[in-house]
Design a protein around this ligand. Structure first.
Ligand SMILES: *[C@@H]1O[C@H](CO)[C@@H](O)[C@H](O)[C@H]1NC(C)=O
Ligand SMILES: *[C@@H]1O[C@H](CO)[C@@H](O)[C@H](O)[C@H]1NC(C)=O
Ligand SMILES: *[C@@H]1O[C@H](CO)[C@@H](O)[C@H](O)[C@H]1NC(C)=O
Length: 266
């Protein structure tokens, strides 16, 4: 800022002569010209081919301009000081925030550790729960009889009695092994003799067991059942197929049922 002041002084000096400069700037020693480097500079500038003396009106104008500029500079200084104060305050705040951020990071890390611990706990619980698999369901539904159909059909045991572990899906009739292990399945049916009755227990695409009867004229009913212990891998499918042109009957005593449970994990 002092540099600007000097420049202005020089300008005035150049136009008005050294005396005017001395009046304008109290820092510059007066008339005799020797002493500081500043006054020398002014003298040398004023030495150049400019007029030695300026019009009074011009000087007044310049003085006024200078006064305004000094005022502005003071204002700017004040603002600068205020900015400095603000900057210091902001720095303090930034430091505080950094401290907070570090604290939060620490807490986050602690939370993360906890989350990992909880996840492993949940995994353990899941594993423990996966050991509990058992279901029983009867065909149920609105009609007593299911079939006969022309084609082989997934028999859906819609009336769920138990379904521990939810590995059996009543809307598809398929049991999906949740863990590797030895399971036991049992299925039985009841049906009239007017149609054939034939059911097969399947593991994936493979027929495991079948129970059936032939058509007869007697008007009597038939009952059949079968079952098997099966070693299953995770995601193996077990279900019952109702053969083509055969039927089953299910009533309130649950005559046609499928049951399965995990004997032991392997
Ligand atoms: C100004 O001029 C004088 C001679 O007139 C000289 O002695 C002095 O060193 C000069 N000052 C500067 C800053 O050039
Ligand atoms: C300034 O003027 C003086 C004489 O008045 C002269 O000796 C000096 O060389 C001049 N300086 C410049 C920089 O022109
Ligand atoms: C089949 O079981 C039913 C009872 O659910 C019984 O009434 C019927 O006599 C049985 N059929 C035969 C052939 O034993």
């Amino acid at each position: 800022m002092k540099g600007t002041l000097i420049l202005v002084s020089l300008l005035v000096s150049w136009v008005c002569g050294p005396a005017a400069t001395a009046v304008l700037d109290p820092d510059v020693p007066s008339e005799d010209g020797h002493g500081t480097e500043n006054s020398n500079e002014i003298q040398n500038y004023s030495n150049q081919s400019a007029p030695e003396v300026c019009q009074l009106s011009t000087c007044e104008l310049l003085l006024r301009a200078l006064g305004t500029m000094q005022g502005r500079m003071r204002a700017m200084e004040t603002r600068l000081e205020a900015s400095d104060t603000k900057a210091v305050a902001m720095e303090t705040k930034a430091v505080a925030m950094e401290t907070k951020a570090v604290a939060m990071e620490t807490r986050l890390e602690a939370s993360e550790t906890k989350a990992v611990a909880m996840e492993s706990e949940i995994e353990q619980l899941k594993r423990a729960n996966a050991d509990k698999v058992a279901f029983s369901a009867s065909v149920g539904g609105d009609e007593y009889q299911t079939g006969p159909y022309n084609v082989r059909t997934h028999l859906k045991y819609k009336n769920v009695l138990t379904n521990l572990g939810n590995a059996y899906n009543p809307s598809t009739g398929v049991f999906v092994a949740p863990v590797r292990g030895m399971y036991y399945f049992y299925f039985c049916y009841h049906a009239g003799q007017q149609n054939r009755g034939a059911l097969s227990l399947h593991k994936n695409d493979q027929i495991i067991a079948t129970t059936s009867h032939r058509t007869a004229e007697s008007g009597m009913t038939e009952n059949g059942s079968s079952g098997a212990a099966l070693q299953l891998e995770v995601d193996d499918h077990v279900y019952v197929i109702l053969h083509g042109n055969s039927w089953v009957w299910d009533g309130s005593y649950h005559e046609t049922m499928l049951t399965g449970f995990l004997v032991t994990r392997l």
